[in-house]
Design a protein around this ligand. Sequence first.
Ligand SMILES: [Zn+2]
Ligand SMILES: [Zn+2]
Length: 277
Amino acid sequence: MQETVHGELIVSSLGSGSNGNAFLVEYGAQRVLIDAGVPIRTLLTCLSRRSLAAGNLTAALISHEHSDHTRSLLQLTRKSSIPLLATHGTFCGMPEVRGCEQHEIQPLTSFELGRLTITPIPVAHDARDPVGFFIKCDAASVAIMTDLGEATEVNAEFASRADHLIIESNYDEGMLRSGPYPAYLKRRIRSRDGHLGNEECASFLRDIGGGRTGEIWLCHLSENNNHPDLAVTASTESLKSAGIVREITALPRYDGNVVTWHSSQKRTSITQSSLPL
Ligand SMILES: [Zn+2]
Ligand SMILES: [Zn+2]
């Protein structure tokens, strides 16, 4: 198993976007998966980049039941005895996931996993009881907020406190408007329980003064309605207009590469690899 700097919080994106999402949070003996929405082969490949296998995972936290967050969950629970943690609504939304250890969590009610303190953050999204996560340990904290139609004061509170912030920047308004999606789907994406667009994300980041984080990851970019350069530029320029400078990274979709943030270095690195054929 990969050695980590003692007392270091490590956050990895195993893939992010409208097609599939998964993060890994490591601290000491804790290896916590956040969502399992990338294909199982990608998930296992990415874990191996961190010198881990499914059996090394401590738990899986599930943000909500949509398939881009749960696609590999059933296969994962068959490969290992990993306990699942999700809200009551999320468990109701994925009845096919059975026969494994399940623990219900509540929005804004903190719980401990080893030396990690985790607080589910309510988000506005068209799922049963969706949440983001604020994860804190002695070394640092990370806020992961994806799939939110609007950013609320509660979201701002957690985002401001995080040493590392991961926030949705789903679509560019111009690309969505002129893109191929039917009108009802465009309405759903823009709605208050849909997704956070580049401009909304950019305003949110300016409103919180960039938070205390040095680096921000933009997540859940739409493949059809966004481009990484547009997302990064929108947030960078918005912060710059308020005299704030932050390192901003648009997370790539799943391709076997792992994007990692280390609390000891407070910076992002990418482990590149190609998926096995
Ligand atoms: Zn969703
Ligand atoms: Zn999603």
